[in-house]
Design a protein around this ligand. Sequence first.
Ligand code: I3S
Length: 128
Amino acid sequence: STYVLDLNDKPSEKCGVLNVTKITENGKKVRKNWTSSWTVLQGYSLLFAKGQGGSTSWFGGNQSKPEFTVDLRGGSVDWASKDKSSKKHVIELKTRQGTELLIQSEIDSVINDWYRALTETINTHAWE
Ligand code: I3S
């Protein structure tokens, strides 16, 4: 039989473009700055790189470095309450280190897949 290996089927290996902003850094509130970001879930790490614009680049390439990386171990993920953002389909991600991020996509199937993947990852690595 034949099957297609879809990278996005694995809970711990997923990538795509999302809108992202930090709202808290090391426990301190920071100003929102929504940016479109190439996002990769790799094991328990969530990596963000500048999305769109500029040269075509990827993590494997020379020109691109992840802008920041989030360690999901011990973190939490939930749908953001209305007071966190006026946008639709917003996920709130909190890390053990005291960073809070909002991640969003206009496409609800996309954000639902991310919600599932992040939840599975956090649950899988809950005791590390
Ligand atoms: O939670 P806030 O402060 O209403 O967030 C909005 C602002 O950050 C706004 O920027 P400035 O106030 O810096 O101009 C952004 O443009 C909005 O996108 C933010 O709100 P949403 O509801 O989109 O997360």
